[in-house]
Design a protein around this ligand. Structure first.
Ligand code: CA
Length: 361
């Protein structure tokens, strides 16, 4: 009897101990709050792309019932616009919202996950990243930097930008000092221009004071808010350099791994919703803004001459091929991107492209 009692007590104690441990583990996951900081490359509360991280933060807070809050800081508030990648990599900030092509000096292959000249449109890059093997490659190339990327917004096809002189031929590109990031900038350089990389917040002044002759930014909806029409006369299209730029939510990998699974799912789901929502917002607002720019502000809308577009395309293809020869990582990403683009272009010829041509006749 005594033996049984002792055994019972031992079991009882063991059982109690297990229960305590289990309930402590569960309560830690459920009740621990997470207050994260997110830095961006955009001015605080900037319409469209600057609101994406704010919307992700709001959704995460609501979906997690307040267990997780994210404070969003605009460019320069805590780190410089182009310091976002390093801040997240080092862990000084848990999260960032930006565009991968800004990190081309560190991670050249990252450009494919934002936009490359004559590359994928918004729908197409969504399909490649989410369903075509792109996301796995993206996570693989960011892992050495201790960063976990999630697609987080798209502006749709951009405009080529704002110019103070007309582009009538390739001669007019020579010596042109233009703000244009990523591979688009390299194409301009090869064509005789002078590419410059500046954060969005500095563009208006640079254009107005003549520090640059031209700038690309996004499209009518965003460009109107920066007031570029007060600093330049001509508005050129198409945005061959950024056909469907995908933005990124980047998370410090150690911090990501420390999150309970349900918060990871909430962040992924909220970000996926915002990735689409931003595209919808731009598509809904761009034409209204363009009408205002042309009809109210007298902006001259111009299409780039065909031979200039053709030359940019030839140079772009060469640069991408050369880039792919630089190292295996770039080649791996480039090959996946290129083969997806070829496939999707073939299908679009007899679906979207054929339909749009028929509808707009
Ligand atoms: Ca742009």
């Amino acid at each position: 009897m005594k033996k049984f009692l002792t055994l019972f007590i031992i079991l009882g104690i063991t059982s109690c101990t297990n229960e305590t441990t289990d309930s402590e583990t569960v309560s830690t996951d459920k009740d621990k709050t997470y207050n994260w900081r997110l830095v961006t490359s955009w001015p605080k509360n900037y319409p469209g792309l600057g609101m994406a991280p704010e919307r992700i933060a709001d959704l995460v807070e609501e979906m997690s019932d307040g267990q997780m809050t994210i404070t969003v800081y605009g460019a320069e508030e805590q780190v410089p616009a182009f310091g976002v990648f390093d801040a997240v990599s080092s862990g000084s900030h848990q999260m960032g919202h930006s565009g991968g092509y800004f990190w081309k000096g560190k991670v050249p292959a990252a450009q494919f996950f934002t936009s490359v000249p004559f590359g994928l449109t918004a729908d197409e890059i969504n399909a490649w990243v989410n369903r075509g093997g792109g996301l796995e490659l993206w996570r693989e190339i960011y892992e050495p930097f201790n960063i976990y990327p999630i697609p987080a917004g798209n502006t749709g096809t951009q405009m080529f930008g704002w110019f103070n002189k007309e582009i009538n031929s390739l001669e007019d590109v020579k010596g042109l000092k233009m703000r244009i990031p990523g591979i688009g900038g390299e194409v301009l350089k090869e064509a005789g221009g002078i590419p410059v990389t500046l954060p969005g917040g500095e563009l208006f002044t640079a254009l107005q004071t003549g520090v640059i002759d031209a700038t690309e930014w996004v499209g009518p909806y965003n460009d109107l808010t920066f007031g570029f029409h007060q600093a330049a006369k001509y508005y050129y299209y198409p945005g061959w350099h950024e056909p469907g730029p995908m933005l990124e939510l980047i998370i410090n990998l150690d911090e990501w791994n420390s999150l309970p699974k349900h918060l990871q799912v909430i962040i992924e789901t909220a970000t996926k919703a915002v990735n689409q929502d931003m595209l919808d917002e731009y598509l809904a607002k761009n034409n209204q803004a363009l009408t205002e720019l042309v009809e109210v502000h007298g902006v001259e809308l111009r299409r780039l001459p065909d031979d200039v577009i053709e030359e940019f395309k030839t140079i772009s293809d060469q640069i991408l091929e050369e880039l792919a020869q630089e190292d295996e990582t770039i080649a791996k990403v480039y090959n996946s991107y290129k083969s997806f683009k070829e496939d999707v272009s073939e299908y679009h010829k007899i679906s979207e492209d054929a339909f749009i041509e028929a509808r707009n006749k």
